[in-house]
Design a protein around this ligand. Structure first.
Ligand SMILES: Cc1cc2nc3c(=O)[nH]c(=O)nc-3n(C[C@H](O)[C@H](O)[C@H](O)COP(=O)(O)OP(=O)(O)OC[C@H]3O[C@@H](n4cnc5c(N)ncnc54)[C@H](O)[C@@H]3O)c2cc1C
Length: 435
């Protein structure tokens, strides 16, 4: 390396060189643990700032919740999970065996602690505070996708036109309107219109007579999650990263000037490490003071359809999301509080089938494939965990719960900035992993 190159590298890393006391010329080598949307986006934006990145993934790219999700990039719906209505809804739902929420009634101290903490935050005041944090990032979330697109990530984001939120009738729609009102009052821009059932069917003829009222949201987008994550991994690799699959990380430790990543097949040293292990975040991050995450498992499958919906369809009462993915429709739903490594429970998949059946014509529900369960990494306060940990060299990137696809790229972009400049961008402050 020439002294000029060295100078350029030092310039790009100037703040961490001072703040983290990086003295080494290779002080830009960063390990990213976890090959989901959040880890890969962080890797990409780190590369954008000149870092050399190695991604460790215990299985394969997209093995976690970044694979089978609904793929919505919907700032209008990206809100904190703990809110007053969720509490009442959740309590009613767990009493009903066909409900879209499943809570195992067994002694799991960790889970009950999480649920109590969550319930305590289901207040209007807490929701407003969390929503203010979301408004800041929601406004920029799609721009981060546009940067990825302009920078060579080949998978597209698609305009969701129309994006229809469907209800049995206007009574059932009331709760949603109250929520949209609150989101607007929080400062989030939302452009929407109200439709009756016939108007909704004119826009999307696959909707059945059971849809009696709808909200049409404008300005939302969606992706094909497996295709997008694959393309993002391809771009990260093409820009020179090493992606190590089947390489579980067992431990990360801070030696004071470097980080040691203890992975299957050996130890590796880096200048910094990012923990982006989704619902498994606690395993590596707890020792660095990061707040816990709880798996909120969701189910999805794909079905052939006689006629494809013209855009995504959301059934909030049933908690079901439908997304057109090429020649098949992905149907996703359910919130099941169990360990992320437990096997798929076919009863939960069936609950999603039963929930969607009345509302859409022409779904070949017996021919469903890609039946999948994945874990939303949920936090008690509904806010992500993105930023520096108790170690100045170890960073958390997780806890995005319901919204890691919509927000993953922006989180990655902001975290890369924090790592490289040593300054936490203001938008990340509410997501402090040590809060
Ligand atoms: C049914 C469903 C629908 C959803 N729909 C949407 C949606 O429409 N829009 C939206 O924004 N979000 C949605 N989500 C949420 C979204 O999927 C998640 O928030 C997001 O995928 C989290 O990404 P991640 O990269 O943090 O985690 P993951 O994608 O789970 O990635 C973590 C990775 O880390 C790996 N890993 C774990 N431990 C280790 C280790 N020790 N060593 C190495 N690797 C490790 C895992 O194998 C995994 O690949 C949905 C979720 C579900 C379940």
């Amino acid at each position: 390396m020439t002294s000029q190159e060295c100078g350029e590298r030092r310039e790009r890393w100037s703040c961490p060189l001072e703040e983290i006391h990086y003295e080494r010329r290779d002080a830009r080598r960063v390990a990213v643990v976890g090959g989901g949307m959040v880890g890969l986006a962080t890797a990409w934006f780190l590369q954008e700032r000149g870092a050399e990145v190695t991604v460790f993934e215990r299985r394969h790219i997209g093995a976690g919740s970044s694979w089978g999700n609904a793929g919505w990039l919907t700032p209008a719906l990206t809100t904190p999970l703990p809110e007053p209505a969720v509490l009442g809804y959740g309590l009613r739902a767990v009493m009903d065996p066909t409900s879209p929420v499943y809570l195992p009634l067994r002694a799991d101290v960790r889970l009950w602690r999480f649920l109590l903490g969550f319930a305590r935050r289901c207040t209007t005041r807490q929701w407003r505070r969390a929503m203010a944090a979301y408004v800041t990032v929601n406004d920029r979330a799609l721009d981060a996708y546009d940067e990825l697109g302009a920078g060579g990530v080949t998978a597209p984001t698609r305009e969701a036109d129309p994006f229809l939120v469907c209800f049995r009738g206007s009574t059932q729609r009331r709760g949603m309107l109250e929520e949209l009102d609150a989101v607007l009052s929080a400062g989030q821009k939302i452009d929407f219109e109200l439709l009756d059932g016939a108007e909704a069917r004119r826009l999307d003829p696959v909707l059945t007579e059971h849809v009696g009222a709808a909200v049409r949201l404008h300005g939302q987008r969606y992706i094909d999650p497996p295709a997008y994550v694959g393309a993002l991994a391809g771009a990260v690799r093409a820009r020179g990263a090493t992606i190590l699959e089947d390489r579980a990380v067992r431990d990360v430790s801070d030696l004071g000037d470097q980080v040691v990543v203890r992975a299957d097949h050996g130890d590796h040293r880096f200048d910094a490490a990012v923990l982006a292990t989704g619902a498994w975040l606690d395993q590596l991050a707890r020792r660095f003071g990061v707040r816990p995450v709880q798996a909120g498992r969701g189910y999805s499958f794909s079905v052939p359809v006689r006629e494809m919906p013209t855009g995504p369809v959301y059934l909030p009462e049933q908690r079901v999301a439908c997304t057109p993915l090429g020649d098949r429709l992905r149907v996703a739903g359910m919130m099941e509080f169990r360990h992320p490594d437990e096997p798929l429970d076919p009863r939960r998949s069936q609950a999603v089938v039963d929930a969607v059946r009345p509302f859409l014509h022409g779904l070949e529900l017996r021919k469903r494939h890609d039946e999948w369960v994945g874990s939303r990494p949920c936090t008690v306060d509904g806010l992500p965990l993105v930023g520096r940990t108790t170690s100045p060299r170890v960073f958390a990137a997780g806890g995005h719960g319901m919204w890691g696809i919509a927000l993953g790229p922006l989180s990655g972009q902001l975290l890369a900035e924090a790592i490289v400049t040593g300054r936490t961008p203001p938008a990340l402050s509410p997501f402090d992993p040590l809060r």
